[in-house]
Design a protein around this ligand. Structure first.
Ligand code: FE2
Length: 243
């Protein structure tokens, strides 16, 4: 029987463990690039834009989660990573795809300078829920896949606020899934330190001033503390991409 199979066109060489590991790595990279490419089409932006935003979100999340693990985090979150070690790798990846629901929101609302009307804002808020009627319902047979479980949590809850005043479900504290509590901070770091059509880019100092002002209000104190302890690394990524 041949040692060579293919999945989605990627050759899976099972002749020895090293070849198999290499093949699976290639398959993983291929599937990930397909996801990014498809989200670029859906969001009507260039692959470079999606790549840069995804890469920064994943990098910030990795840094913050690593810092929480070596310093301090809520016991429930530490237990979760212990019980489900795959979450450690999957959380940053899911954070890279948090806004897939924006593909169904018209560009003129997403890029509107200044404040949105109440009606416009309620429409934009739908980006946390609309993937459940489309993308996730298509993936129904994969409901127990941990990547899908974490991605659902991230997409639905990344605009919840720690004090319970966010959306869509007004969850508070640790009822907000860990991935979404980290993504809430990462989202603000990336939004404030990059150019957008709706607001000017803020300095890293201004961004961190805002983050600390929202510690325990919009954001999980553990996530904010880890972010501050790793400020230099986060600043280096933000500055590198702004040049
Ligand atoms: Fe969002």
């Amino acid at each position: 029987m041949s040692n060579n199979h293919q999945i989605l066109g990627v050759k899976i060489n099972k002749s020895d463990q090293a070849e198999l590991t290499n093949s699976l790595k290639q398959l993983d990279g291929f599937i990930w690039d397909m996801l990014i490419g498809l989200s670029a089409i859906a969001e009507n932006v260039t692959v470079d834009q999606v790549h840069a935003h995804t890469r920064r979100c994943m990098a910030y999340t990795r840094i913050i989660l690593d810092e929480m693990l070596i310093s301090s985090m809520h016991d429930d979150d530490r237990d979760l990573i212990k019980r489900r070690p795959e979450y450690y790798d999957l959380i940053p990846r899911c954070c890279g795809l948090h806004d897939i629901g924006k593909s169904q929101i018209p560009d003129h609302l997403l890029n509107k300078p200044g404040k949105l009307s109440t009606q416009e804002f309620s429409y934009v808020k739908e980006h946390t829920l609309n993937p459940f009627e489309t993308f996730f319902s298509f993936l129904e047979t994969h409901n127990t896949n941990p990547f899908i479980i974490i991605l659902k949590d991230c997409v639905k809850h990344h605009h919840e606020r720690y004090d319970g005043s966010g959306y869509p479900l007004q969850l508070s504290g640790n009822d907000i899934p860990l991935v979404a509590r980290i993504m809430a901070v990462v989202d603000v770091i990336d939004a404030l330190t990059t150019d957008s059509s709706y607001s000017r880019r803020r300095s890293v100092d201004e961004t961190f001033d805002f983050l600390i002002s929202q510690r325990g209000i919009a954001f999980d104190p553990y996530v904010i503390d880890a972010t501050f302890r790793q400020r230099q690394k986060i600043q280096a990524i933000a500055n590198q991409d702004s040049q």
